[in-house]
Design a protein around this ligand. Structure first.
Ligand SMILES: [Fe+2]
Length: 356
């Protein structure tokens, strides 16, 4: 190791149950927490999955509330809190991705009801104490230990219905957490191990998931990778890649996982010269000599979008993003300059192979 070790690491209290069929352990998991009447949350699209989970929970269920929505609008959160109160729920089981787990967090933030998360995407929100609420188009976020799920049940069988396109982009979005954790200002050795292994597992599993969406072994490896990558997100501060995606998503309404998928190879190529240990870890994980190029090629193999133009981003939007991303300083391995960001965005707009 080139540099002397110097780090702070704080473990997040969390119980994880992993395995095909592990939804059957939910009654035990909620009982361990002393819960008797849980409210099962999901989006309207995932109501069937939520009902399956509710059936597994048996008489521990107070009800199913299938009204989660993207970005957790405050009125959606208020309604869910009311439903939880009316039903006398003492906890929530959040079945889904960021939207549903975000709704569980909104209830926990106000009432302190413990969350058991049952993730069905690779977003990783279940491993973080970060909450978000949207009001009047503005998203507020914060960290609060009350919103960290008490237990997470990862059952790969619940992910077989995740469409292949979304599996690919949600998976690359998860890898982005590993990438930025490796060069984070608050990186630590244990998180770097998780990041490397998480990126390896996802990069290895995603082509099989896309080729055979019902392959439980591949689904299991992808979900395992997303758990590790989610842990990285919960433990570290994200940098340039996330600033870029936040600006692109917020100002141009670009789709979340697709935007992260397109931007990641370019953000990594930009930071690579100033983040050599991260590059070495990612090369081990991806079996490559150039991780930015390897991620770009992986994205292509998965049939996922590779240019911002394909997502509907206009060329004349570049300056607005450059302004937003360079307006206030933040930790990033390489200095974030207007010229550098402009060039990065031009390449990402066209989808030309990233050059580190
Ligand atoms: Fe993210």
């Amino acid at each position: 190791m080139a540099e002397a070790l110097n780090f702070t690491y704080q473990a997040l209290p969390m119980r994880v149950v992993f395995g095909a069929g592990s939804v059957a352990s939910l009654p035990d998991e909620v009982s361990r927490l002393g819960l008797r009447r849980v409210l099962v949350l999901s989006t309207p699209e995932q109501e069937d999955t939520a009902s399956r989970v509710a059936a597994a929970l048996g008489d521990h269920v107070a009800g199913v509330h299938a009204k989660a929505r993207m970005h957790v609008p405050v009125e959606v959160a208020a309604e869910a809190r009311q439903v939880a109160t009316d039903l006398g729920a003492d906890g929530c089981v959040a079945v889904g991705g960021g939207s549903t787990i975000g709704l569980g967090k909104a209830i926990a933030l106000e009432y302190g009801l413990p969350i058991v998360a049952v993730p069905t995407t690779y977003a990783g929100s279940e491993m973080t104490p970060v909450w978000g609420l949207t009001e009047g188009g503005q998203k507020r976020t914060g960290r609060d230990s009350r919103v960290l799920p008490h237990a997470v049940v990862y059952d790969p069988e619940l992910t077989v219905s995740l469409p292949t396109g979304l599996s690919a982009t949600s998976g690359i979005n998860a890898i982005a957490h590993a990438v930025e954790a490796l060069y984070a200002p608050d990186a630590s050795p244990i998180i770097s191990l998780m990041a490397e292994e998480g990126a390896r597992a996802l990069a290895s599993a995603l082509p099989s998931v896309v080729a055979a969406p019902e392959d439980i072994e591949a689904r299991g490896e992808a979900l395992y990778g997303s758990w590790l990558c989610g842990s990285c997100l919960g433990a570290t501060t994200m940098s340039l890649h996330h600033k870029l995606c936040h600006a692109l998503g917020g100002s141009f309404d670009l789709p979340h996982a697709e935007t992260h998928t397109v931007v990641l190879p370019y953000a990594l190529a930009y930071n690579a010269p100033a983040a050599l240990p991260a590059v070495a870890a990612l090369n081990r994980a991806l079996g490559s000599g150039d991780p930015a190029r390897a991620l770009f090629e992986l994205t292509g193999r998965l049939g996922a979008p590779r240019s911002l133009r394909a997502l509907g981003f206009p060329a004349d939007g570049i300056e607005r993003v450059v302004e937003q991303v360079t307006a206030t300083p933040y930790a990033n391995p390489r200095a974030v300059t207007p010229d550098g960001v402009r060039e990065l965005l031009r390449s990402a707009l066209d989808g030309t192979p990233p050059v580190g």
